[in-house]
Design a protein around this ligand. Structure first.
Ligand SMILES: NC(=O)c1ccc[n+]([C@@H]2O[C@H](COP(=O)([O-])OP(=O)(O)OC[C@H]3O[C@@H](n4cnc5c(N)ncnc54)[C@H](OP(=O)(O)O)[C@@H]3O)[C@@H](O)[C@H]2O)c1
Length: 301
């Protein structure tokens, strides 16, 4: 009998995301087994328990998915998982905490695509505001944009929290090379004056860029909102925007809404889950891999 494809799915939370379970099974995994409230100190034991029982043929049909809500913790868990492998007993690992790695990758990829197709430019040197950017999606979107050459500020309600998160993104995800800064919501009125790009990545249903600020943004080119729950995160932009003009923008900015981003996110996550299953050699997949793939899907938007 052929061995089934078994995906061991770790989360630090009380529940595994049903979204991720559906995605895994739809991508061809036979079983998606949840491990709940997993602590970082348990990763080595769980990984080694998973790799030794199936022989070399079975190892190829075994994978580990790391979810949860915390991007840094997930990245730490991937590193621990990799160190815990005992080749040839080694399996692929993919982290996508809170869907943040694939969602952020999709958002930055579609923004880049709009910059290229509508403004004949790219992210290099562009001023990017990640509004509500202190959560996992904002952290990774900020990091990917900064790694693509943008000057990024993560904006939150509290200055100190935003600065701490910006430092975390730079040191943890950006190898200390990104110069991401943190700033406060209270300064948005000033920061919007030279912003080229805006990401809205706050919790669902919260407007982070008002009509007044949209009208006040003379250089704004592209804005993207990941939030699918009304009201939208950016005034004048809704979930169906796919490079359409943002209502009230005097600079001719275009918007990308949650459905276009979600479409690329879905394809990216699905392809990464399939890659883990199809690969001959174990792979460790993170937001950089997601971004590379999302860029190819965004070109076909
Ligand atoms: N389209 C898709 O495929 C997709 C996939 C996954 C997630 N999402 C969406 O992506 C967004 C971000 O997800 P996430 O998990 O990173 O978000 P999150 O951690 O829940 O929230 C992000 C930030 O929002 C701010 N915030 C929370 N409550 C607020 C309030 N009442 N007023 C103003 N700001 C508030 C907080 O920043 P401060 O405390 O620093 O202000 C928080 O750090 C959500 O809207 C989620 O629904 C979309």
């Amino acid at each position: 009998m052929e061995k089934p494809y078994i995906l061991h799915m770790f989360t630090t939370e009380k529940n595994l995301s049903p979204f991720d379970v559906n995605m895994a099974l739809d991508a061809g995994w036979t079983s998606a087994i949840p491990y709940l409230q997993v602590e970082a100190s348990e990763i080595q034991g769980l990984v080694q328990d998973a790799i030794f029982s199936r022989g070399p043929a079975g190892v190829k049909r075994t994978g580990i998915f790391i979810g949860g809500r915390d991007a840094k913790l997930a990245a730490d868990m991937v590193r621990t998982a990799q160190k815990s492998m005992v080749p040839p007993f080694e399996v692929s690992v993919f982290a996508d905490p809170s869907g943040a790695f694939t969602t952020a990758a999709a958002m930055v990829a579609v923004v880049e695509h709009e910059l290229e197709t509508k403004f004949h430019t790219d992210l290099k040197g562009k001023k990017v505001l990640a509004l509500g950017g202190t959560g996992p999606v904002g952290q990774i979107a900020a990091t990917l944009a900064a790694k693509a050459g943008a000057e990024v500020r993560i904006i939150g309600r509290q200055l100190e929290k935003a600065q701490a998160i910006a430092h975390l993104c730079d040191s943890e995800f950006g190898e200390g090379q990104t110069q991401i800064l943190g700033d406060a919501d209270a300064n948005k009125g000033e920061l919007i004056l030279d912003a080229d790009v805006v990401f809205a990545t706050a919790a669902a249903g919260i407007e982070v860029l008002s009509a007044e600020l949209v009208a006040k943004a003379p250089l704004l080119k592209v804005a993207a909102d990941v939030n699918a729950v009304p009201p939208s995160g950016i005034s004048g932009l809704n979930a169906h925007h796919r490079g359409n003009p943002i209502e009230g923008s005097l600079s001719g900015a275009v918007g990308v809404g949650a459905l276009a981003i979600g479409n690329i996110k879905y394809k990216t996550q699905s392809a990464l889950l399939a890659r883990m299953r199809e690969t001959d050699r174990p792979v460790y997949l993170s937001f950089d891999d997601a971004f590379e793939l999302a860029r190819t899907f965004a070109k076909k938007l």
